[in-house]
Design a protein around this ligand. Structure first.
Ligand SMILES: [Zn+2]
Length: 355
């Protein structure tokens, strides 16, 4: 299991939970909440592997048979519920309960109910990790609720989500929430070097990592995602258009040529994700330029130097212009929810700039 990686920045929190478990005080259902991409899923897997480890310490020993099986994603007592791994957008009832009849497009794998029906293989408990629990639909949540309401000895649920509000109140009342926050800059950079394949000895890559971490504000997962989307490259183009250094029309063409990875099932969804990235970056740069104008410290801003050049440009010289441009970008971002052409919406935002 490639995801069985030390949860940097949350090791103390997870070790504390492991101690509670050793003392028999671990709630049978935990909800790990916190920003996207800070390692909540990793922390949940790590905790499960720790409690299954034959050494019974505060972290997986990594060497025993149980740890090896956990790492290979083949541990019979550690069950991971993950919509995206099965190319599903939603965690439906089929992930939770056993159903004979299921449509061919539905999840066909083992359900939580199937998993719990098996005797614990190694006698150290059974652990269910639910990744992105906000993807559970209402029917699935109600089926899960029944399991949470009748806790069984030795069975633990670890749910993970950035949006706990998406869970039913009844489900939330049955889980104990543990919040995992953003990471400091150094830890975030360390994760990128460790897990992102960046080379610490290459000064260009060191600078790239620093830029990504700044852009992602304490979330290594978001930083890796921004890297895949080539966000720094997009931000430079958008900054040049906003500051009037390049014609918006030319920039618009270049923005769609950047070779990033925008995930989605269809070409339209991938284009929409790209437009989302572009508009979010534009809004971020505009907000940071406002902060510069208000005397904010450039080094503390996600878009530091880009925002600084924009703040000094003629584009933002008048307050009414600033408001008009900001509103246009925000409206385009909101209209992405409608099924409008992503390209047209980016064009519309860029058209708000003075010529
Ligand atoms: Zn072990």
């Amino acid at each position: 299991m490639t995801d069985l990686i030390r949860p940097r920045g949350h090791q103390d929190a997870v070790a504390g939970l492991a101690r509670s478990a050793r003392e028999g005080r671990l709630p049978h259902a935990l909800l790990l909440s916190g920003p996207d991409g800070v390692g909540k899923f990793r922390a949940a897997l790590w905790l499960g592997a720790t409690l299954l480890c034959e050494e019974a310490g505060e972290a997986p020993c990594g060497a025993c048979g149980s740890c090896k099986r956990a790492r290979a994603a083949s541990h019979a007592d550690l069950f991971v519920v993950d919509a995206r791994a099965h190319e599903q957008d939603e965690l439906t009832i089929f992930f939770v309960a056993h159903r004979e009849d299921r449509p061919s497009t539905a999840y066909q794998g083992t359900s939580i109910e199937d998993f719990l029906g098996l005797r614990a293989a190694e006698g150290r408990g059974k652990f269910v990790v639910i990744r992105e629990a906000h993807r559970l639909n209402e029917v699935a949540q109600n089926a899960l609720l029944k399991m949470l309401e009748e806790p069984r000895d030795g069975v633990h649920f670890f749910l993970e989500t950035a949006t706990p509000d998406a869970l039913l109140e009844t489900v939330r009342s049955r889980v104990v929430e543990v919040r995992l926050g953003g990471l400091d800059r150094e830890t975030c950079e360390a994760v990128l070097f460790e897990a992102g394949g960046f080379d610490r000895t290459d000064s260009g890559q060191v600078a790239e990592v620093a830029g990504l971490v700044r852009l992602a504000g304490g979330s290594p997962g978001v930083a890796l995602d921004l890297h895949a989307r080539r966000a720094p490259e997009l931000a430079l183009l958008i900054g040049a258009a906003l500051a009037g250094e390049r014609a918006p029309h030319d920039v618009a063409a270049d923005l769609w040529e950047v070779d990033g990875e925008y995930r989605g099932k269809t070409a339209f969804v991938r284009r929409r994700v790209r437009a989302e990235t572009i508009l979010d970056l534009g809004l971020g740069i505009l907000a940071d330029a406002e902060r510069c104008l208000g005397g904010g410290e450039v080094a503390a801003l996600r878009h530091g130097s880009t925002a600084e050049s924009l703040a000094a440009s003629a584009t933002l010289a008048s307050a009414p212009d600033r408001r008009r441009i900001g509103r246009a970008w925000l409206a385009a971002r909101e209209d992405l929810r409608l099924n409008l052409s992503p390209e047209a919406l980016v064009d519309r935002a860029l058209a708000s700039l003075p010529r």
